[in-house]
Design a protein around this ligand. Structure first.
Ligand code: MEV
Length: 424
């Protein structure tokens, strides 16, 4: 029998779940219990979550942790992080503390410009199109007046509209390339609404609009985070050797794409965790950041390192389109709480905090990789996951954790110890 269904979205939540478990689960009551276990008792709060997306059946929890002791441009922060990966929050906390005694992190916003495009086809003469665009330019901006009114009051709006000829790459293809300032909002809805109004005004018999959409590639919405100190002030064993290996690790990521992807993934461990905690769009950030890493035509490291006159310097530039108003930032209670924890930052300040989280994470990974390796610390943290998987009791967890102190943790070793305890 087919499992295709029409009108699924019209079913009540209970009906959706019943249909789902009847069709896709062998053990109906187990599935129903798991789904309902994560419903919130507070009906209003549950309704809020139900309404974020469509066909909601439950809530998917991720842990929210805090990395304290971040010093950024002289200001102290406790940074909220949402991630499923063990070691990420611990690493951020350790590195935050480490750099807090060496002047902390310094950050600069290098730009806040966002981009949207109207993609269209025009088969006529380019000079005619250019004339038409020139005549229309003021009307194109005017067509967005009702949308841009509030944004302009906040100091944002449309910065410029350019006609771009792309016919050398695709026959008859042109764009309106539009730049925006969206202040404290991420601006996706604002930009897309403006683009559709502009496209509507620009359209004529000879112009076929293909689509109007913002770009998640935002190389001019850019922030830099850096740390630096004298090599001997690093306070690590054999600091000269440490910085040399660290420098080599960064250089390898600069020239070797296989390594660069993993290197940058480590940066995104920190970035995404704060992006999610603050209710921002991590897919947009991921897409934009990796495109930026490949901007030269070859995928490369997002972070860089220099050793000059006995001074170690480590930094990264990240394109980050973020919002501290709009979207779910004020709607999701924990996103709201995260922003409160960060002392209600502007979008610019949040860019700086998030770039710092990325740099801290990268520093932690490279420090571990070039010294003890990451598995020692990682498996220590992973021990709790393995014990949870095995269904260990609190007493068993304590006993096994104590047993593995100073020893190498492996999945097999933990299972074997667990079985040994339970055999007795
Ligand atoms: C693991 O999530 C991240 C690392 O692989 C990053 C890196 O290799 O730099 C440790």
């Amino acid at each position: 029998m087919t499992k295709m269904i029409s009108g699924f979205s019209k079913l009540t939540k209970e009906e959706k779940i019943n249909w789902l478990v009847e069709n896709y689960f062998d053990n109906n009551s187990n599935a129903i219990n798991t789904i309902k276990q994560y419903w919130h008792d507070d009906k209003k709060l549950q309704q809020l979550h139900d309404d974020f997306i469509e066909n909601t059946v439950s809530n998917f929890y991720l842990p929210m942790g805090v990395a304290p002791n971040f010093l950024i441009n002289g200001k102290e922060y406790a940074v909220p992080m949402v991630t499923e990966e063990s070691s990420v929050v611990a690493a951020a906390s350790l590195v935050a503390k480490f750099w807090s005694t060496k002047g902390g992190f310094k950050t600069t916003v290098l730009g806040t410009t966002k981009i949207g495009q109207v993609h269209f086809m025009f088969a006529g003469d380019t000079a005619t199109l250019e004339r038409y665009f020139k005549e229309k330019k003021i009307a194109l901006v005017a067509a967005t007046a009702s949308i841009t009114k509030n944004m302009e009051k906040r100091g944002g709006g449309i910065l410029d509209i350019k006609l771009v000829d792309k016919t050398a790459e695709l026959e008859n293809y042109y764009q309106l390339h539009i730049t925006f300032e969206t202040k404290d909002s991420m601006g996706a809805n604002f930009i897309n609404s403006c683009l559709e109004a502009i496209a509507g005004e620009f359209r004529n018999d000879a112009i076929e609009i293909v689509m109007s959409i913002l770009s998640n590639y935002v190389p001019e919405c850019l922030v830099r985070a850096e740390v630096s100190c004298k090599i001997e002030e690093l306070g690590v064993p054999n600091p000269q050797k440490f910085v040399e290996k660290f420098y080599q690790a960064v250089k390898i990521a600069e020239i070797e794409p296989y390594r660069a992807v993993t290197h940058n993934k480590g940066i995104m461990n920190g970035v995404d965790a704060v992006v999610i905690a603050t209710g921002n769009d991590f897919r947009a950030v991921e897409a934009g950041v990796h495109a930026y890493a490949a901007r030269s035509g070859k995928y490369t490291s997002l972070s860089h390192c220099a050793i000059d006159d006995g001074v170690f310097k480590f930094w990264l530039d990240l394109p980050l389109a973020l919002g501290t108003v709009g979207g779910i930032t004020a709607l999701h209670p924990l996103a709201k709480l995260s922003l409160e924890m960060l002392q209600q930052p502007s979008a610019k300040e949040l860019m700086q905090i998030i770039a710092t989280a990325g740099l801290a994470q990268n520093f932690a990974a490279l420090r571990a990789l070039t010294t003890s390796g990451i598995q020692h610390g990682h498996m220590k943290m992973h021990l709790q996951n393995i014990l949870n998987q095995l269904g260990a009791s609190l007493r068993e967890k304590e006993k096994i954790t104590r047993f593995f102190e100073g020893k190498t943790v492996s999945h097999a070793a933990v299972v074997s110890k667990f079985e040994e305890i339970n055999k007795r």
